[in-house]
Design a protein around this ligand. Structure first.
Ligand SMILES: [Zn+2]
Ligand SMILES: [Zn+2]
Length: 326
């Protein structure tokens, strides 16, 4: 494990300068994946999981979202073109005004769209996402495996020494209790490495979007101290942290707090929405457990190149996990 001071020395310096932040400091492990050929017994992203040969590989039964496309009739296509032309003509010479539909045009437009989510104007097709059940089920894909020895215990919920994140790579409609989520359905497993003798060869993913199939990576874990998003701090404290960051030529958010990339533990960034409380069904406030990131070496695209964050219950890690994607 790389020393904490190598990676984000500014966070420690800020804590020394503003001790009122100390109660908010959390340990985190940056996982720093890089393309490689991990074995089933390593901590890694993608690649082979330490899965017992005698245990069935899990499948997801959906429902999954499938995009259905439907060609517009010539008459409807002409009607949409006419609406567009007329709307532009009305706006001509008024560069600061909005494009506006008349009531009649809006009605016609909505009749033609017929509840579709979008219109592909290259092919003149209506596009809609339709839930379909999966029978006999879609095999999950191994995404992340962590050995306790590679991440300080404080970063993971209590449990056996191997943590495995698998997901169903298909698109799912918003899952119950999983906030702002449209993407893979995540399952987390815990097992003891010593209990696995022969390793299962998992099924090959079928019909899975490339963007949800991680390229195998080895990890280079680095321990850091993490601090909350400014919105998760009292305003006065956030202002002090921000002033210190500016005086030291950096930014508080992402420079000193909410460290980005794949990580275990730490704090989530709320860069797209206001902070979400994400309470467990037992009433406890959940805690960020894992952050899976888009781009870079695992070559994933989650949402619109976002981060998928897995929150777990501090009272009982067997309570259902919560997801947030942004
Ligand atoms: Zn699924
Ligand atoms: Zn709970």
């Amino acid at each position: 494990m790389t020393d904490v001071t190598d990676v984000h020395p500014g966070t420690e310096a800020l804590l020394a300068a503003v001790p009122a932040l100390a109660p908010y400091a959390r340990r985190a492990t940056l996982l720093r994946p890089a393309a490689g050929t991990p074995s089933a017994r390593d901590s890694h992203v993608g690649g082979p999981m330490l899965w017992p040969a005698e245990e069935e590989w899990p499948v997801c039964r959906g429902p999954h979202l499938t995009e259905v496309r439907e060609k517009l009739s010539d008459a409807d296509r002409e009607a949409l073109r006419r609406i567009d032309r007329d709307m532009r003509a009305r706006r001509a010479g008024k560069p600061h005004s909005a494009y506006e539909l008349t009531e009649e045009e809006a009605e016609l437009h909505s009749r033609i769209m017929n509840g579709a989510g979008s219109l592909d104007m290259n092919t003149w097709e209506l596009c809609r996402w339709v839930p379909v059940p999966a029978d006999p089920g879609v095999p999950l894909v191994g995404v992340l495996q962590l050995r306790a020895q590679d991440v300080p215990a404080a970063d993971l919920p209590e449990g056996p020494d191997v943590l495995q994140v698998l997901w169903c790579p298909r698109e799912h409609p918003e899952l119950p209790g999983r906030s702002a989520h449209w993407g893979p359905a995540v399952e987390v497993y815990r097992r003891s490495a010593a209990s696995v003798a022969a390793v299962l060869e998992p099924p090959v993913p079928v019909d899975a979007p490339r963007r949800h199939l991680p390229r195998p990576c080895v990890l280079d874990p680095a321990g850091v101290t993490d601090l909350p998003d400014p919105e998760d701090l009292p305003a006065e404290l956030a202002a002090r942290a921000d002033a210190w960051a500016q005086a030291h030529g950096t930014e508080y958010h992402r420079g000193l707090a909410c460290h980005d990339g794949w990580k275990a533990g730490g704090w989530p960034s709320w860069h797209s929405t206001d902070p979400e409380p994400l309470d467990c069904s037992c009433g406890a406030r959940t805690r960020l457990s894992l952050t899976l990131d888009s781009g870079r070496d695992p070559d994933l695209n989650l949402g619109s190149f976002g981060e998928l964050r897995i929150f777990t219950c501090p009272e009982d890690p067997s309570h259902p996990l919560l997801l947030n994607l942004q």
